[in-house]
Design a protein around this ligand. Structure first.
Ligand SMILES: N[C@@H](CCC(=O)N[C@@H](CS)C(=O)NCC(=O)O)C(=O)O
Length: 240
């Protein structure tokens, strides 16, 4: 049975930690995350923030009301998407993978990257497969452009997610331990869990992916993953 105790890495990947950022956080300031409860890209950042115990508040952006398209928000994110992270000094960051890498460099304990360079590259390959290859093709704006028919949209999402998951299952099989790459939580896991939620939402047949399913089950009991899940977000509907 999966343990409820999170794996905390005992090492820090060598980085140029930003004292300024950490000082402001230590003095009680917090980051502001522009997020939507069901957004998988926002969810990745929520997991990283929770895993690293970084104080932050959620600024909900309702995608169904097109709030990402407001002129005010587009000053923060010119591509009109979430997430975006406002730092304590008012500067903002966009792109979930860039944000997570920033958090890793500025808050290196607990680490989301393995010490071994080959494994780090594997983690980033999994991240890239999800963030760059699988997710963008089934994003809301792509779906809207593709078709107005819900059945066509579902078939489209299932096709692209399955194509990506066939590859991910093959990638994970030799790498996975308790989690995607070995027995420590990494950025690969941070991206995997939201993408699996998305796959289930689009009714992808998950029986073809035993490693992905097993790893996700192990991750789903960890406190950071529970805190970040859609139903625990302040903007989630009560029946989520
Ligand atoms: N590459 C971006 C993707 C961000 C993204 O696609 N966000 C979605 C929500 S998961 C979004 O804001 N979609 C708005 C839209 O489609 O209009 C990242 O990783 O941050």
């Amino acid at each position: 049975m999966a343990s409820t105790t999170p794996i905390i890495h005992t090492h820090a990947y060598p980085t140029a930690a930003s004292d300024e950022v950490d000082k402001a956080i230590q003095q009680g300031q917090e980051y502001e995350l522009f997020s939507y409860w069901r957004s998988t890209a926002s969810w990745r950042v929520r997991i990283a923030l929770a895993f690293k115990n970084i104080p932050h508040r959620i600024h909900p952006i309702n995608l169904l009301k097109n709030e990402q398209q407001s002129e005010e928000y587009k000053k923060i994110h010119p591509l009109a998407e979430i997430p975006a992270l406002k730092l304590t000094d008012g500067r903002t960051l966009t792109q979930s993978s860039a944000i997570i890498e920033y958090l890793e460099e500025t808050h290196s304990f607990p680490s989301l990257l393995p010490l071994d360079a080959y494994k780090r590259a594997q983690v980033r390959a999994i991240v890239g497969t999800i963030v760059s290859d699988i997710h963008p093709i089934q994003n809301l704006r792509v779906q809207k452009k593709y078709s107005e028919d819900p059945d066509q949209r579902a078939a489209w999402a299932q096709y692209w997610i399955s194509l990506g998951f066939d590859a991910l299952e093959q990638m994970l099989a030799p790498l996975a331990g308790k989690y995607s790459v070995g027995d420590d939580v990494t950025m690969a896991d941070v991206c995997l869990v939201p993408q699996v939620y998305n796959a289930v939402r689009w009714k992808v047949d998950m029986t073809k992916y035993p490693t992905i399913v097993r790893v996700c089950e192990n991750l789903s009991v960890l406190p950071a993953f529970i805190a970040a899940q859609p139903s625990n977000q302040p903007d989630a509907p009560v029946d989520a």
